[in-house]
Design a protein around this ligand. Sequence first.
Ligand code: 5GP
Ligand code: MG
Length: 179
Amino acid sequence: METVSIHDKKFRLYIPSEDIDQKVSDLALQLSKDLKGKELVFLVVLNGAFMFASDLMKKLKLPARVSFVKLASYEGSQSSGQVRELIGINEILKDKTVVLVEDIIDSGNTLDELLQALKPHEPKEIRVVSLLFKPDAYEQSFRIDYTGFRIPNDFVVGYGLDYDGFGRNLKDIFTVVEF
Ligand code: 5GP
Ligand code: MG
């Protein structure tokens, strides 16, 4: 069994790079069909989605702008309901089809914040593509248009996803092994 250790945790091979590559090709084909003719801006949500986005965009057969965004991190406590700033929006999104590119959607709270932060930019429509999706953890109602893999509620690393800063550069996806 192929395993990796990061800090105090051990992970086992879960989705090999060949399977990821096939899935990314499938997603790119689907997106290329569905989004043809639209004015597209792909917004890659950093940090985790960098590797997925890189592979996805290479396989996409459409003219598209690609930009990178990050949610501002909270400084101290903030009142609930406050929408966090989206760092890096320097594209005009008004009347464009915005495609949010995510590594993983868990509770969906991050996605919800992203959607709130995008609202003032008045995009024509927003599509979401996420490599991984944890349906059992999802608490929001916004439709995830494109999902690579639906996975159980376990912690995964690799292919952009980190555990405390490490593991992002692994080409496969690994899942945590409980001891
Ligand atoms: P959500 O807001 O949907 O609960 O979580 C989204 C964020 O939580 C992701 O962008 C990611 O940073 C982190 N996250 C959720 N599940 C996992 C996981 O299994 N592994 C890693 N590395 N990060 C995760
Ligand atoms: Mg993410």
